[in-house]
Design a protein around this ligand. Structure first.
Ligand code: BGC
Length: 762
């Protein structure tokens, strides 16, 4: 419907009808306005499958939803480093939404994995905003090309479940911009999600739902977002304040309670009716965008989507360790041990929980595909803390007589879920004991992990293989078996760091905060940005993942040695498959900004990635384009992105710790930051400005005693270094004290500062 028609519709509504539109009708629907034939539309969770509930509705995954396909959760799909795959998953979900009459799916989740402990990490993509935002953009495009919407969530800084409805995330501006906002920004700008869901928490003391700075000033005014902002379920505190801040829709329904508050506030002149009109306009636009394009009788092929879920899982499973133990050979006697081989854990708990159509188990796949040398032992029961003696004995005996052992381990449902955070990174003790016992009797043990977030691996040196399945959806079993037997070459890479221990994580000291206050004191140093800067060993670095083939990187080319921040740098290189199996490689581009005195920068930041498929011996070229944002940091003094005039390292790697090619480019800002010296500016800082250098040296030489060369006692007391440091750190105003030759007044210093500012900005 044209905007003008929607405006007419809004004008035809009573204040009560408009206010009514601004909250849900129930758990999953917007309100219809029957008098004007305005329909209500339905939303459903998300993100990695359709969780459409019919009757008994709840948002915590308690009641049943329709049968649907469970695709890999965010933790896994991001590990594919494959935008096309995410778009395809989105496309499947968009089709399912259309067929089921769902106008918008509640996802993707792009919150940053600040700590491995966050209970909802499995739903989120990455510790890195570039991966998170790119994955989200692809997913959104895939869903929305079917004329149904998405709801990117949870805006903003919802990186913990602990006290999620009352805590405040205290974050400095630069960190917000570079990390927490950045994971939303390009997805919002590029892919234009139909809706944005605000988070439960506060940001710097104000609930996300009431936070005008984020909902309006940044989201709408800066990023140009014109869709609907809805609340997370129950995130509204003061409805009228939230409306003024930019929150259009309260979810779920509030039984009319808050609609009345809005009407009253307008009547009493506490809020202008224009806020009600604007939100009603946006909601109606969304309603009709769906209504006018809906295809209720559209069909989707369940089996086809299941197959796509298997394909997706194949690209999301990360091979972490392989000491010549994988792939398994058909002739080898292999023991699959662990209950997840027959009943995999493949999704997390809470609002994203899918009532899966078919779940593939690795054991089923091997039976159905003639891998007759595979036997099975349950090994453990993930509901029990201890091992059953008989089961352990059986598993150990089986391991003893097998050539190779694959342990299907992982975190039980109760260990990670929406609603609470983990308190440690351990696998259950029983599983660790089992792995330990098995490695005593068999030298060829591989551990296959099912978990939504990193775990510690005390067994890492005792096993020969580790396969990280994450929670890769209902296709997990078939995909795992195909990877184990080499039918599929693994190609996923970690979108997060696996630390050696929890206390290594940069948020460790502050993660749970104090009461309702969580300070994000590690700032921009999240994930690999921190581990790299600290030069710390990690268990597995960001971007890491093995393949059954090998890739060679060569021929790095940069389009220029020097660009301005308004130009684009083109970077290309060649990748060759030097092994004997077709495989895919996720090539990563990192930019390293010089670690300046004025701006703290991470050693490197991901600014590009591409995934290529290569046959043995094949070479392909991969190219990237880097614009201003690839080099910029957020400068709080000018409240904008800024590129320092500097050399920047361009690093192409197979992981964040495996850089294969390096180049460098000089980037110069076209519009330099205005320089503003004061009487407190140091001589050193002023001297770094080419235009002012001479002036300040003359000034200092003329008046300041510490510039005089004394060969006597004083000279001995002051080393050259000390003199240099004295001058460097000396504020100009101190010339009043240190002038020996004549009396200098404050006014004279101020005049000189004026002169410097004119010179610097000339
Ligand atoms: C979750 C959201 C979800 C909503 C609806 C909330 O508790 O935080 O992610 O979309 O419920 O189920």
């Amino acid at each position: 419907m044209e905007d003008s028609k929607i405006r007419e519709l809004v004008a035809a509504m009573t204040l009560e009808e408009k206010a009514g539109l601004l909250s849900g009708d129930d758990f999953w629907h917007t309100k219809p306005v029957e008098r004007l034939s305005v329909p209500g539309i339905m939303v459903s969770d998300g993100p990695h499958g359709l969780r459409k509930q019919d009757d008994a509705a709840d948002n915590l995954g308690i009641n049943d939803s329709i049968k649907a396909v469970c695709f890999p959760a965010g933790c896994a799909s991001a590990a594919s480093f494959n935008r096309e795959l995410l778009e395809e998953i989105g496309d499947c979900l968009g089709k399912e939404c259309q067929a089921e009459g769902v106008a918008t799916i509640l996802g993707p989740g792009v919150c940053i994995k600040r700590s491995p402990l966050c209970g909802r990490n499995f739903e989120y993509f990455s510790e890195d905003p570039f991966v998170a935002s790119n994955s989200a953009a692809a997913f959104i495009k895939g869903v929305q090309k079917n004329n149904v919407g998405t709801s990117i969530k949870h805006f903003l800084a919802n990186s913990q479940e602990h006290r999620r409805m009352s805590s405040t995330s205290e974050i400095d501006e630069r960190t917000l911009r570079e990390i927490y906002l950045a994971s939303f920004e390009s997805a919002v700008r590029e892919a234009k999600p139909w809706t944005v869901m605000c988070s439960y928490n506060k940001i710097n003391g104000t609930y996300a739902a009431a936070n005008k700075k984020f909902l309006t000033d940044i989201l709408r005014d800066e990023w140009g977002y014109d869709g609907v902002v809805m609340s997370d379920w129950g995130a509204v505190d003061e409805r009228v304040d939230d409306l003024a801040a930019g929150l259009d829709l309260e979810m779920p329904g509030c039984h009319g309670v808050r609609d009345k508050e809005i009407v009253k506030a307008v009547a009493e002149g506490r809020i202008s009716e224009k806020y009600v009109d604007e939100s009603a306009f946006r909601i109606l636009k969304w309603v009709y965008k769906y209504e006018e394009n809906k295809c209720p009788r559209s069909n989707w092929d369940r089996m086809e989507h299941h197959k796509k879920a298997v394909k997706a899982a194949e690209e999301t499973i990360v091979l972490l360790k392989n000491d010549n133990v994988l792939p398994l050979a058909r002739e080898e006697k292999v023991a699959f041990i662990g209950q997840y081989a027959v009943k995999p854990r493949y999704q997390g708990g809470g609002s994203s929980h899918i009532n899966s159509m078919y779940v593939s188990a690795a054991m089923d796949y091997v039976k159905e595909n003639g891998y007759d040398n595979v036997s099975f032992a349950p090994g453990f029961n993930d509901r029990l803390d201890t091992l059953n003696e008989d089961e352990l004995k059986y598993a150990v005996e089986l391991a003893e007589k097998s050539d190779k052992v694959v342990v299907f381990a992982g975190l039980p449902d109760s260990y990670e879920s929406e609603g609470y955070d983990r308190r440690h990174m351990n696998l259950p003790k029983a599983q660790l004991e089992l792995i330990d016992e098995l490695t005593k009797v068999n030298d060829n043990v591989t551990v296959v992990l099912h978990n939504g977030s990193p775990v510690l691996m005390p067994f890492i040196n005792k096993v020969k293989g580790v396969v990280e399945c994450y929670l890769s959806g209902e296709g997990v079993g078939a995909a795992t078996a195909k990877i184990l037997f080499g039918e599929v070459n693994p190609s996923a890479k970690l979108a997060e760091t696996f630390p050696l221990k929890l206390s290594d994580n940069p948020s460790f000291l502050y993660y749970f905060g104090e009461g309702d206050r969580t300070d994000y004191r590690e700032g921009i140093y999240v994930g690999y940005r921190y581990y790299d800067k600290k030069e710390m060993d990690v268990l597995f670095p960001f971007g890491y993942g093995l393949s059954y083939t090998t890739f060679e990187y060569s021929d790095l080319r940069l389009s220029s040695e020097r660009i301005t921040d308004e130009e684009t740098l083109k970077v290309s290189c060649k990748i060759t498959n030097t092994g004997s199996m077709t495989g895919k490689e996720a090539v990563q581009l990192y930019v390293g900004a010089c670690d300046g005195e004025y701006v703290l920068r991470p050693v490197k930041e991901l600014k590009g990635y591409e995934k290529l498929e290569l046959k043995p011996g094949e070479t392909k070229e991969v190219s990237f384009e880097l614009g201003k944002r690839a080099f910029a940091y957020y400068d709080v003094d000018i409240s904008d992105w800024y590129v320092n005039d500097d050399d920047y390292e361009i690093m192409i790697g197979a992981s964040s710790r495996d850089i294969r090619l390096c180049g460098s480019v000089r980037v110069t800002p076209v519009n330099r930051k205005p320089v503003h010296f004061t009487v407190n500016s140091t001589c050193g800082d002023i001297m770094k400005n080419e235009k002012c250098k001479q002036a300040v040296m003359d000034f200092a030489a003329r008046y300041m005693v510490i510039f005089s060369n004394d060969d006597g006692n004083a000279g001995e007391a002051m080393s050259e270094e000390m003199v240099r440091a004295q001058v460097e750190y000396l504020p100009l105003r101190a010339v009043v004290n240190f002038s020996l030759s004549e009396v200098i007044t404050t006014e004279q210093v101020e005049e000189f500062v004026d002169k410097l500012n004119k010179l610097a900005n000339s």
